[in-house]
Design a protein around this ligand. Sequence first.
Ligand code: HEC
Length: 141
Amino acid sequence: MVLQMQIKAEFFGGYMRFHLIFLTLLGLSLTALAACGDSVPERGTEEMAQLAERAADLRPSDPRLRDIYERSCINCHSLAASSAPLTGDAVGWAPRLAKGNTVLMENTIGGFQGMPPMGMCSDCSVQEFRALIEFLATGEN
Ligand code: HEC
């Protein structure tokens, strides 16, 4: 009987400890998430390679956009090794879209960190950029 209670107490103690560790970990990851704000969650190389493989196959349906995309955007936005958000990667694009259309267009035209001015398409119009950004973010149009 005493032994049984001891076993129970030990089991319960272990259970509580497990819960405490779990809650601590949960708290830590929530703090990390809050600290990151809008940034993309860390993803493994395998997941990124799969996303890049899919990105490499995607094309805009419009022939003119397809042409621009193939001579410009695809060279970075379909490579896992590039820091560019991948075509059709909704998770990667979410924090970009959250900046709003005006900022995205400014950064596309003026350049932004590794993103060259006008995405290296000097003859692209604002409308074409808008359509291309939508395509990059969704993988469709
Ligand atoms: C030479 C490589 C390269 C090419 C070509 C390129 N991009 Fe990018 N692009 C990048 C990189 C790298 C980033 C990520 C920049 C960062 O956040 O550090 C990016 C980011 C972006 C963003 C998000 C900007 C932001 O404010 O977060 C948009 C929109 C974009 N590219 C559109 C395009 C379009 C449209 C094309 C084709 C016309 C294109 N890019 C061609 C490398 C490229």
